[in-house]
Design a protein. Structure first.
Length: 114
């Protein structure tokens, strides 16, 4: 998707502070963090949201979940814990319509979403 912000980041047209990258996944620091660790984890193909996951692209979602453990280690939150959030659609708070997960950590987050 040529207008998608995250597709432009994947293509290198917009810079990001990369935390992790492999064939399927890109993880980078959020530019407006809400916790000491706030990393966005995205598939390297355009999937609009969780409603668009299908048999052809499920491998990217699976690879994201495999990568989460490594990303948590890189960000030094694996031992103390972190929160993984995926918003879907307008009412779910999704502002960039490319499937993405927020990894939040680096402090005690409590029982609220953020």
């Amino acid at each position: 998707m040529e207008d998608c912000l995250f597709c432009k980041i994947i293509a290198g047209k917009i810079p990001s502070k990369k935390v992790f990258e492999n064939e399927y996944v890109l993880a980078f620091e959020d530019i407006e963090p809400v916790a000491p660790v706030h990393v966005l984890i995205i598939p390297k193909v355009h999937i609009s949201d969780t409603n668009d996951i299908n048999d052809e692209n499920i491998i990217y979602v699976s690879e994201i979940y495999k990568a989460v453990k490594e990303i948590a280690k890189i960000c030094n939150v694996a031992e103390d814990g972190y929160r993984l959030i995926c918003n879907c659609g307008k009412n779910g708070g999704q502002t960039v319509h490319h499937l993405h997960f927020h990894m939040l950590g680096g402090r005690e987050l409590g029982d609220k979403i953020v």
